[in-house]
Design a protein around this ligand. Sequence first.
Ligand SMILES: CC(C)(COP(=O)(O)OP(=O)(O)OC[C@H]1O[C@@H](n2cnc3c(N)ncnc32)[C@H](O)[C@@H]1OP(=O)(O)O)[C@@H](O)C(=O)NCCC(=O)NCCS
Length: 188
Amino acid sequence: MRIAEYGAENRDELVALADAVLGEGFFRNPAEVGRSSNACVLVALDKDNRLVGFIRGRLLGADGLSEFLENRVPEVPEDITQADAEGTLGVIETVVVNPECRRQGIGTKLLLVIHDTIIGMGADKLIATFKRGPREGYVDTLMEKLDFQYWTRLPTYWQARCERGDFVCAGRDAKCNCEAVLYRKKVF
Ligand SMILES: CC(C)(COP(=O)(O)OP(=O)(O)OC[C@H]1O[C@@H](n2cnc3c(N)ncnc32)[C@H](O)[C@@H]1OP(=O)(O)O)[C@@H](O)C(=O)NCCC(=O)NCCS
C-alpha cells in the first residue's frame, strides 16, 4: 500500500468510495475534488493501484473558520481563534477506508501523512471535522494516538443537506442521524 497525492485518474474510484461509505452524492461536484490551491487530497493505493482510501485536508485562509463551520461553532478556544486570525489553522475533513481493507493501519497512515502535509503548508494548529453517524465513527482512538483532543460536536451540521436530499445518506431513517464531531490539536 502506498499513499499518493490525488490525481484526476483517481476521481471515479474516490467518488464511488465516498458514495458507498458516506452517502450517495456526498461530493456535490466531483470535478472539484482537490481543486483548490490550499487543499490536499491524499489517496491510499494497493499494489494493483486500486484506491482503498482517501483523506482531505487544507490550510484555511485567515478568518476562514466561521465560514468553514457554517457559523455553527458555539465557543472557539483562544489558540484556535488566534491561528484562524493568522491563517495558520489547518483542517482535516474526511477520512475513509474501503470496508474490506480496514484495521490494517491505512486510516492511521492517511492521517499521519495529511497531518504532516498541512503543517508543511504552514499550519500550527489543527482541527479535524468528521461526519459521525450510525455507519461511521471509529476515529476517537485514532485521533488520540495522533494527540488530538476532542473539541465539540455539531449535532445539526449535516441536517440541512440531508433534509434537502443533497446526498443519500445510508445512516438516515425517518430523520438525519449524523453529526459533526470536532477534534483539535496545538502543533506549535
Ligand atoms: C475510520 C476509518 C477511516 C479507520 O480506517 P482504518 O484503516 O480501519 O484505521 P486503522 O487500521 O489505522 O485503525 C486505527 C485504530 O483505530 C481504531 N479502530 C479502527 N476501526 C475500529 C473499529 N471498527 N472498532 C474499534 N476501533 C477501531 C483502533 O484503535 C485501530 O487500531 P488497531 O487496529 O491497532 O486496534 C475507517 O473505519 C472508515 O473508513 N470508517 C468509515 C468512515 C468514517 O467513519 N470516517 C471518519 C469520519 S469522516
